[in-house]
Design a protein around this ligand. Structure first.
Ligand SMILES: *Cc1c(COP(=O)(O)O)cnc(C)c1O
Length: 364
């Protein structure tokens, strides 16, 4: 039987025409500092579970909504398990939250520049993202966010890609309107040593976290959010069952139960490396934003060309171009910059060498 060909263009949703597939899958390089994952490795108890979990466990469906995982997360965060929703990475949790709380066509205010997936997931769910620039000091412009009359507001703190923090006052204000569901993306909270988790006690605020960054489990895809049980239940409806696979649940629970000291030590090392890298970059006269995350943002013109030249030298960092010129630094660089993950110092030295060579080459 021959399949009927799809009418030309008929298989596509109009709303998807402007949406690009995430640009991933680049060839591997020896030193990869492009995605802010843990370059010191994986927590030991999680690694043990990955090695030892029997095949039998994988023939069965996992716990549908991750009950035991929620209990382990609840202990880690000191919140009740009923106020936690898990997902296949925090990407999944954000995606599900967008469709759980807004009708097609509703507005989503997004504090920009930020994590690109926020506006992408808003659009794939039929919502209308509205970019609300951060202030010149990289704080959330809460007044402008609420003036956009959104159904949902997204803020990332510490922010990706700038690494900068949002003030407590701005977060209080953006969460002051009970008609707006606020998603506070805290993917990097462990490095900041500060969190807005207490705001998740309000009945319209979700704090979204991940085990991909501080916990070093990006490949297992475990994310979660904390919020009022009624909010969390709506996300679970939008999410569906079994989203966190059995291996991921088991390894994540082991990391939470047994590896917290390891994670804490890694966080400390990442912070030390980040600060030393910041100093070395500034000594070169480069403009580096103060970071509260496990990466730094270097405002530099022509960042994509610089990153390509670094990649030829075996070092991957993440280039940005066309960011809103909200601050003196981003204005001077024409909205371009490099995001570089903190890793063990030998990797940082390789970054500095590759960057020096790339800058010498692109200036020549
Ligand atoms: C890395 C990152 C995520 C994605 O995390 P996953 O749990 O791996 O999906 C979410 N938000 C921000 C801001 C990130 O940087």
């Amino acid at each position: 039987m021959t399949a009927t060909p799809l009418p030309s263009g008929g298989a596509r949703r109009a709303a998807y025409a402007e949406i690009a597939r995430y640009a991933g899958d680049k060839a591997a390089v020896p030193v990869d500092l492009a995605d802010n994952t843990n370059r010191w490795g994986m927590p030991p108890a999680a690694a043990r579970v990955v090695r030892e979990l029997g095949a039998e466990a994988l023939t069965r469906y996992p716990d549908a909504y991750g009950g035991p995982l929620k209990r382990a997360l609840g202990t880690y965060l000191d919140v009740p398990p009923e106020s936690i929703v898990t997902g296949c990475g925090s990407d999944d949790v954000l995606d599900c939250a967008f469709r759980a709380f807004a009708e097609p066509g509703d507005r989503v205010a997004i504090a920009e520049p930020t994590f690109v997936m926020a506006s992408t997931f808003a659009r794939t769910n039929g919502l209308a993202p509205i970019a609300v620039p951060l202030t010149a000091s990289y704080d959330v412009d809460a007044g402008a966010m609420l003036a956009a009359k959104p159904r949902i507001a997204y803020v990332c703190a510490p922010n990706n890609p700038t690494g900068t923090v949002a003030s407590r006052a701005a977060l209080e204000r953006v969460t002051s309107d009970r008609g707006v569901v606020v998603l506070i993306d805290e993917a990097y909270a462990e490095f900041a040593g500060d969190s807005a988790l207490d705001l998740a006690r309000r009945d319209h605020v979700l704090v979204v976290r991940t085990m991909s960054k501080a916990f070093g489990l990006a490949g297992l895809r475990v994310g979660y959010a904390v919020g009022a049980p009624a909010l969390v239940a709506e996300i679970e409806k939008a999410r569906g069952p079994y989203k966190v696979n059995a291996l991921a649940q088991a390894a994540a629970i082991a990391a939470l139960d047994e590896d917290l000291a390891w994670v804490l030590q890694y966080v400390q090392r990442a912070i030390e490396s980040r600060d030393r890298l910041t100093g070395a970059l500034r000594e070169r006269g480069l403009t580096v934003l103060d970071s509260a995350a496990n990466f730094v943002f270097v405002a530099v013109a022509g960042a994509p060309r610089v990153a390509a030249a670094m990649r030829e030298r075996g070092v991957a960092v993440r280039p940005f171009a066309g960011l809103p010129r909200i601050s003196p630094e981003l204005d001077a660089s024409g909205g371009a910059g490099l995001r570089i993950s903190a890793g063990p110092w030998p990797m940082m030295q390789q970054v500095l060498d590759a960057l020096d060579a790339a800058l010498a080459g692109t200036r020549a």
